[in-house]
Design a protein around this ligand. Structure first.
Ligand code: NIG
Ligand code: FE
Length: 422
C-alpha cells in the first residue's frame, strides 16, 4: 500500500470537472467527470488520483482519512472577479437606488465608486486588512478557495499601491489565495473631472509603470483591468491603457458591456485579454468574436440582481458561438455585495439558463482559467493543487437549485482542512 497524506473516501459523487488542456468551451461546458462512490487521494498538497472508493482504499494508506459519508466532493470555487479590498459601505446609496436613483446617476453626482475611493484613501493599510478579513473568511466558509482581487478604489498611485499591499497581507493571513489585478482606470477621480484623457495620461505614464515596478519587486504578475463604459473610459482610452499594460508585462482584463455595449469585449479578444467581464449588453459581433478567440467571458449575475435589473449575460448565445464562460461574484460595495459563489450559481441557473453542471464548471475550472491559473487549480485532476469541498448534500445538483443557505460542509485548501471536518 502506498503511504499518502490524505484520502477522502465514501463520496456519493466526486466531480472532477476536467479541463487540463483548457477551459470547457461552448457545448463542452458542464463536463464533470463524475465518479459515483468516489475517493480522492492527496499528497504534498496536490491531487494524486481520483477513483472508486473500493479501489482507492486498497491502494492507499493515508495519514488522515476522511469519510465523506455519502456526500458530494467538488473542486473549491474560484471567484475570478471581486473588488476586494475596500473600506466602509454604501448602504445609504442602496436606499437611494430603492427610491429611484440609478447607479450611474449616483456615480455622476460624485457618489458610487468615488464614495468608496474617499473611504479607502483615508483608511490605513491595517484598516484595509482588518475590514476585509471577515469577507474572506465568509468566502472560504462558502467554498471559495481562490479569488481575484482588484485595486480601483485609490485612483492615485500611492493608494492603488496601498490596495495591492493590503492584498498581499490578506493573502498571507488566511487560506483564500488572491490573484491581484491593477484597476487604476476604474473611474475618473474628481481631480480630473472633465479631463478623462489627462487621467489616462497619468494611468499610462505613472500608475502602470508603478504597478510594473511593484510586480518586479514582489515577483507577482498583475492583471490590468479597465472599466470600459459610456461616461467612464471609452474604447480608444481602454485600448491605450491595455496596450501600455501589455507592453509592461501585465495580463489583461476588461469590464465590458455592463450598461452599454461599446465594443470592449471585441477589444479584449483582439488584445488577447484573459477575460472580458460583465457582458450584459454585448453586441452580437462581440459574441461571435468570443467564439473565435481565447478570451473567457465572465458572467456576474449577482450584479444585475444587486442593481434590481432584469437583463443578464447572454450566456446561451456565448456558448452557442463556442465561447468559454466563467462565473464570478463581482463582490463590491456598490452593485453587488455577494460573497457566495453558490448564490451566483443559483442566479446563473435561473437567469443565464445554465444547468447546475454548467454552472459548476463555470465556477471552478473555467473560473481558474479566467485568472490564468487553469493549469493549477479549478479541477480534481492529478497534479492540481488539492483545493476541494465536501458538500452537505449527496448530489451536486443541489447547488444552484437551493439558494440562500450554505451547502459547503468541509473546505480543504492545499490538502489541509481549513473549514469544518468530519
Ligand atoms: O463591477 N462597475 C464598475 N465596478 C464595479 C462596481 C464598483 C462599485 O460600485 O464600487 C462593478 O459593478
Ligand atoms: Fe466589477
Amino acid at each position: 500500500m502506498e503511504q499518502i497524506d490524505l484520502l477522502i473516501y465514501g463520496a456519493s459523487q466526486v466531480c472532477v470537472v476536467p479541463g487540463v488542456d483548457g477551459p470547457q468551451r461552448g457545448a463542452q461546458l458542464g463536463e464533470l467527470g463524475l465518479i459515483v462512490d468516489g475517493a480522492v487521494a492527496v499528497h504534498d498538497g496536490r491531487i494524486l488520483q481520483t477513483g472508486y472508493t473500493d479501489d482507492m482504499l486498497r491502494t492507499y494508506q493515508a495519514t488522515t482519512a476522511i469519510n465523506a459519508a455519502e456526500r458530494a466532493v467538488i473542486p473549491g470555487f474560484v471567484d475570478p472577479h471581486t473588488h476586494l479590498p475596500w473600506y466602509g459601505d454604501r448602504a445609504h446609496e442602496f436606499e437611494q437606488r430603492l427610491a429611484g436613483a440609478t447607479y450611474m446617476e449616483i456615480m455622476a453626482a460624485g457618489g458610487g465608486i468615488m464614495n468608496t475611493v474617499r473611504q479607502v484613501r483615508q483608511a490605513t493599510l491595517d484598516d484595509l486588512v482588518q475590514d476585509n478579513l471577515p469577507r474572506l473568511r465568509r468566502m472560504l466558509q462558502h467554498g471559495t478557495t481562490s479569488a481575484e482581487a482588484k485595486t480601483g478604489y485609490g485612483l492615485e498611485t500611492a493608494v492603488e499601491l496601498k490596495q495591492l499591499e493590503a492584498m498581499m497581507h490578506l493573502g498571507a493571513a488566511q487560506p483564500v489565495e488572491i490573484t491581484p489585478t491593477f484597476l487604476p482606470a476604474h473611474a475618473v477621480p474628481p481631480e480630473y473631472a472633465g479631463h478623462t484623457d489627462a487621467y489616462v495620461d497619468l494611468v499610462v505614464n505613472e500608475m502602470l509603470p508603478a504597478g510594473a515596478a511593484w510586480m518586479a519587486q514582489q515577483g507577482v504578475r498583475l492583471f490590468c483591468d479597465v472599466f470600459c463604459e459610456a461616461g467612464v473610459f471609452d474604447v480608444s482610452q481602454t485600448r491605450r491603457i491595455l496596450e501600455t499594460a501589455a507592453a509592461l508585462g501585465y495580463g489583461l482584463k476588461v469590464h465590458a458591456d455592463e450598461f452599454e455595449g461599446l465594443g470592449g469585449t471585441k477589444l479584449a479578444v483582439e488584445l488577447g485579454a484573459v477575460s472580458a467581464d460583465h457582458l450584459v449588453k454585448t453586441p452580437d459581433a462581440d459574441i461571435a468574436a468570443l467564439g473565435q478567440g481565447n478570451t473567457i467571458a465572465v458572467g456576474l449575475p449577482g450584479t444585475p440582481f444587486g442593481l434590481g435589473h432584469h437583463e443578464y449575460t447572454p450566456a446561451r448565445k456565448i456558448l452557442a458561438a463556442g465561447g468559454a464562460l466563467a462565473l464570478a461574484t463581482d463582490l463590491n460595495p456598490g452593485t453587488c455585495w455577494c460573497e457566495s459563489m453558490q448564490m451566483v450559481m443559483a442566479l446563473a441557473c435561473r437567469y443565464l439558463g445554465l444547468t447546475q453542471a454548467q454552472a459548476l464548471a463555470a465556477a471552478t475550472i473555467n473560473a481558474a482559467y479566467a485568472i490564468g491559473r487553469g493549469q493549477e487549480i479549478g479541477s480534481l485532476e492529478p497534479g492540481k493543487q488539492a483545493d476541494l469541498l465536501i458538500l452537505e448534500t449527496a448530489d451536486y445538483r443541489q447547488l444552484g437549485y437551493q439558494f440562500g443557505a450554505n451547502l459547503v460542509q468541509t473546505v480543504i485548501k492545499k490538502g489541509r482542512v481549513v473549514v469544518g471536518g468530519q
